[in-house]
Design a protein around this ligand. Structure first.
Ligand code: C5P
Length: 399
């Protein structure tokens, strides 16, 4: 799976001749598994039609700031929040100047001010325009403010000049975008992550389980791989595709999950318990399918407690930095703090599962990070965005 799989990428196209290459850029991003929304400035539409970009991205193109139908769909602030990354390709001298001034009178300017996502610029212009001291000063200012400049490349230009000012090729831009998702925050670290629900057998065809989708744990596993870690994902049953470049062990029950974690943690630096482990299991799973007995008779299941995997690993492997989750419906922070001390872990990631918009099965989540040093609230994010922020926070614990 590519690093761009499911990443939310805004490709913003401004008015330069290289805009024709942006069609290929969008096609490559879609092939790499990214979700792409295209923004076009008025100048861009003089070079390439929005219809081409709509066909390639699979989404209507965003062109105007003050457009009531667009705002009723994905408005500009929503778009700014949706983005994992914004790539302006081609980025003209005019756009560079406007961004340097923080102008917000069109969609692109507003997006760049409103977003928390990284903004990457692929300058494309005549070599003399690029060399001009105004453009150079603007580009320098943007790079100091955290914008990433990709290129320009040196070569023959559409106007006949030769020099720096060519937009990087679409494949090179995709490669840079892939690299931008590698933080190196966990470079060389070994991380074990549990995910998904467990199934506790009642008989050969029935089990006790829960609604965990595994999405948060899988997103964490992918973010940890992107941060340079060697990842061993230990997963209960889910419908999710296993991310690339990691080891995955599939298990069913809590006891199987514990055994797999104990083996995997022998050389681990970090243990992240995101699985929704069943607290209880039937004391004895029946060998044969249980039959319904006389009408109106009830069935009593005798349940025993499952091992607490997180607490066991924290106890048995004191050198490993352990992180747990607390899914709560009330007294979120008090319960999370109690768990931090009871399970003797370094961080509890607390979320309120009474809010159906976040948590189990949702694509979004909003959490508080609870450590011995206090509580940090993170904003509501997609699970993929949140996973990257969590990995960055977890990496700081591990230093
Ligand atoms: O105690 P509670 O289930 O609320 O704790 C949640 C945290 O503990 C999660 O990180 C979960 O993965 C972990 N846990 C565990 N084994 C259990 C129960 C919970 O690892 N049996």
């Amino acid at each position: 799976m590519s690093r761009l799989q499911n990443k939310h990428i805004i490709v913003a196209i401004s008015g330069g001749i290289a805009a024709y290459k942006s069609a290929e850029l969008v096609r490559l991003l879609i092939t790499a598994g990214a979700q792409v929304e295209v923004v076009m400035t008025r100048g861009a539409t003089e070079f390439i039609t929005p219809l081409t970009l709509q066909a390639l991205s699979g989404n209507p193109v965003h062109q105007h700031l003050l457009d009531s139908s667009a705002e009723a769909g994905m408005g500009h602030i929503q778009l700014a929040r949706w983005a994992d990354s914004i790539l302006i390709a081609p980025c003209t001298a005019h756009v560079i100047a406007r961004l340097a001034q923080g102008q917000a009178d069109d969609l692109l300017g507003t997006l760049c001010l409103a977003t928390q996502a990284p903004v990457l610029l692929a300058p494309a212009m005549n070599q003399a325009m690029w060399a001009d001291s105004a453009t150079q000063a603007n580009a320098q200012l943007l790079s100091e403010r955290g914008y990433t400049l990709l290129g320009p490349a040196i070569g023959e230009q559409a106007c006949g000049d030769v020099g720096p000012g060519r937009m990087l090729e679409p494949a090179q831009l995709v490669e840079h975008l892939q690299q931008s998702f590698s933080s190196h925050a966990l470079q060389g670290r070994e991380v074990v992550i549990t995910a998904g629900p467990t199934r506790e057998a009642i008989d050969p065809v029935r089990y006790l389980s829960n609604h965990s989708s595994g999405k948060m744990g899988y997103a964490l596993a992918q973010a940890a791989v992107e941060a340079g870690a060697r990842v061993h994902l230990i997963s209960g049953p889910t419908n999710l595709a296993v991310p690339a470049d990691l080891k995955c062990t599939q298990v069913d029950s809590a006891q199987e999950m514990l055994t797999a974690c104990q083996a995997a943690c022998q050389h681990a630096d970090l243990f992240i318990a995101s699985a929704a482990v069943a607290d209880y299991r039937p004391a004895q799973a029946a060998d044969q399918k249980m039959k319904k007995s006389a009408p109106d008779s009830n069935l009593r299941l005798h349940l025993v407690q499952n091992p607490d995997i997180l607490a066991t690993i924290a106890h048995d492997f004191p050198d490993i930095t352990c992180i747990g989750f607390a899914a709560e419906t009330e007294k979120l922070l008090a319960h999370a703090q109690a768990k931090l001390h009871r399970k003797k872990v370094s961080m509890i990631i607390a979320n309120d599962v009474s809010d159906t918009d976040i948590g189990f099965n949702s694509d979004h989540n909003q959490v508080h990070l609870v450590t011995a040093n206090g509580v940090t609230a993170l904003p509501r994010l997609t699970k993929a965005q949140l996973a990257r922020q969590l990995i960055d926070n977890i990496a700081q614990l591990d230093q």
